[in-house]
Ligand binder design. Sequence first.
Ligand code: GDP
Length: 581
Amino acid sequence: MKESAVVFALVGNPNTGKTSLFNALTGLRQKVGNYAGVTVERKTGYFRAGSGQKIELIDLPGTYSLVARSPDEHILVDVLLGKREDTATPDGVLLVVDASNLERNLYLGSQVLELGIPVVIALNMVDVARDRGLDIDEKKLSELTGARVVACSARKGEGIAALRAAMESAVEKRSEVGLGHLPAYPQAFLEAAAQLEMICRHNDHRPANLICAEARLWLLREQFSGIEDPVSTQAKLWQQRLDAEEPGWRSRLIIQRYKAIGEWMQASVHHTTNGYPGRSQAVDRILLHPVWGMIILGVFMVTLFYSIFSLAETPMEWIDLGIGVASGVLSEALPEGAIRGLVVDGVLAGVGAVVIFLPQILLLFFFIGLFESTGYMARAAFLLDRLMGKVGLHGRSFIPLLSSYACAVPGIMATRTIDSARDRMVTILIAPFMTCSARLPVYLMVIGLLIPTTVSHAALLKAGLLFGLYVMGAIAAFGCAYLIRKTLLRGRDSSMILELPPYRLPGLTHVVREMWQRAWQFLQRAGTIIFVFSLVLWFLLHFPAPPEDATESPLQYSFAGRAGQAVEPIFSPWDTIGASI
Ligand code: GDP
C-alpha cells in the first residue's frame, strides 16, 4: 500500500524565497513536471517530519493575490481549492512571506487564511528584517492570524526544523483551524456567495470550507475564461448586481483587508532601530537613472552577450571535437551499411546537435540567475519596460530576445522569467526573428557572393549589409510583436505590478542549482525533440537507397531529395536573378 503523505501547498509572493525554502525543506527529493494541458511547471518534493510522517510539498507559482488573473494564478487557485485531478488536495498551506516586507505579503496571506485549512506562515528573510531593525513577535502574530508562525531564513538554513515541526503539528490539530479573519463582506455579497456555493456544491465532494471559499473567489474574480459554465455565468450576474447596488465594493474590501493587516502589524512588529539605511534606494538612484542606468544596463548586456558568444566557443568546439572523434571510432567499428548510417549520421549527429547548445544555455542561465538573485532583473525590466511597451512587449522580454542573437534555443528557454503567459508567448513567437549566430556564416557567404571584392568600398558595403540584415531581423521581430499584440494576443498589459525587491548578495548555490535544473530540462525536452527530428531527417535523406546503377548522388533518390526537386520550379527564377547581379 502506498504510504499516505500529508500534502502542503507552498504559496507566496514572487521573490520571497519560495524556491530557496522549497530546496531547504526537501533537499534533493524533488520532482519537476508540467500541469496537464498547460505550460505551467509543476514541482513537488517531500521530507519527513520528526515523527517520520511524510510531508509532500507542492511548489506553486508566485502570486500577489488569489483573485486569479493569469493562467498560472488559475492553476494555483485550482490546486488550493482541490479542483485539479492531477494534484492532491492540500491538507495545509505553507505561506512564505518576506519578513522585511510583511504588510504587502500579508495581503495574500489574509486571503489564504480564508480557505479554512491549516496555514503555517514562514517568516522568511528574517535575517534581512533584523538588519533593518524589525523585530517580529511570532507568538502575537500567530494569535492574531490563527496560523502557526515560524521565523526562518532559507538562505542561512535557520528555522527549517521548526518549520517542519509546525507543519506536522498544524495538520494534526487541524480541527482547531478557524476561518481566519474575514473582512466585513457586504450583506449582498454574502447572499450571492451562498447562492454560488449551492451551485458549486452540486456533485462535489470536496470539504465544505473549500467550496465556500471558492464561491467567494468566484465573486471577486476580475476575468473569466471564455468557457461558459453555470457557476461563472451566475458569478458574472451577481457581480453586475453588486456593482449596481454597492458601488465601490471591491475597493472597500481591499481597504478593509489592509486595515486588518495594519492592526496585526501594529501589535506584532516593533522597530528596534532605524536600521534600514535605504541602501537599495541609494543604489537605485544610479542604476535606475535614465542615462547612467541605461549605460550600466548596456555594459551588463554586452558582457552577457559577449560571454554567450565567446566563453561558450571553446567548450562548444570540444563537444564538436568529441562527437567527431566518437563518430570516427564508431564508423571504424561498425560495418558499412544502414546501421552505421543510423548510429553515426542519425543518433550521434542528433545527440551532438543537442549537447552543443549546453555551454550557451549554462552561461545564459547563470547570468539570469545572478540578475534575478541580486534583484537586478527587476531593475532591467523596469528600465526597458517603456521601450518594450511601445510594441506591446514586457521589459522582461529583453533578455530572452537579446540572448536569441546568440541562439534562439536558450533565448526561448529564458522566457520562463516572464510571469504573464501572454507576454511569454509573444516573446517566444518573435525570438526566432533575431539573427542567431548560426546564421552568421550563411550571411557572410551570401554577402561575399553579392558584393565582389573588386567593387569599390567593398568592405564597407559588406559591413553595412550585414548590419542591415541584423536590423531587419529586429524590425521583423518587433513588427510582428506589435501585430500579434493587436490581433492574436490582445489584452491588457501585464506590466501593472513591477516590484523592485531590495538588492541582495547573490546566493551562489541557488544560482548554480537553478542553472543545472534548466540545463537538465533542456536536455530532456529539447533533447528528445531535436533527437527525434534528426533521426527523421536522416531517414528522409538516406531512403530509399539509390539503385545499383545510380548515376547521380544518393541524395537525389532520397525522399528529401525528391521533395527538393518537386519545389525547385518555385525557386529556380531566383537563380537567374542571382546570376545577373
Ligand atoms: P522565489 O522567487 O520566491 O522563489 O525566491 P527565491 O528562492 O528565488 O529567492 C529570491 C532571492 O532571495 C534569492 O537570491 C535568494 O538567495 C534570496 N533569499 C531567499 N531566502 C532568503 C533569506 O532567508 N535571507 C536572505 N538574505 N536571502 C534570501
